[in-house]
Design a protein around this ligand. Structure first.
Ligand code: 4NP
Length: 156
């Protein structure tokens, strides 16, 4: 699972952290990472407000470093999950023709919320980051549930 937003310093690092825990809780062994469609923040750790929101919810994301999506990602990951429609469109335009990753939006896995974006909290306050965390947590748990269902179906 590769989670993607614009800068890879706010939403997708929170999604990476939340999904790691959701996968672990369900006993899923999955390659997890995050990336940005843009290159503004390469090598930087997540925004301090994203680190704080994750920490307030018991998850440490401080060790992450921002990177940009690359060609190999479309072959290495089975799913590339965008936070909003602009991220998805950017991924669609970068995807190699023979890429094997499935592209989707985070809330596509949440019943009744297909196609909804995770609002960018970058210009918001701590409350905007907490709200983003809650939405992201919901979305990542839904993806983990979906992968678990698919893996138990496949082995049945
Ligand atoms: P992210 O948030 O895409 O969730 O990491 C943003 C980070 C940086 C900028 C915009 C959004 N920026 O314009 O620098």
């Amino acid at each position: 699972m590769l989670f993607v937003c614009l800068g890879n310093i706010c939403r997708s690092p929170m999604a990476e952290g939340a999904f790691r825990v959701a996968a672990q809780e369900r006993g899923l062994a999955v390659l997890v990472d995050s990336a940005g469609t843009a290159s503004y923040h390469l090598g930087l750790e997540p925004d301090p407000r994203a680190i704080a929101a994750a920490r307030a919810n018991g998850i440490d994301i401080a060790g992450q470093a921002a990177r940009q999506i690359e060609r190999d990602d479309f072959y290495r990951f089975s799913h590339i999950i965008a936070m909003d429609r602009a991220n998805l469109e950017s991924l669609q335009s970068k995807a190699p023709r023979a890429g094997t990753a499935r592209l989707a939006m985070l809330l596509d896995a949440v019943e009744g919320r297909r196609g909804e974006p995770v609002a960018d909290p970058y210009y918001g306050d701590a409350a905007a980051f907490e709200a983003a965390w809650q939405v992201i947590s919901r979305g990542t748990q839904a993806w983990a549930d979906k992968l678990l269902r698919e893996s138990t179906q496949a082995s049945a």
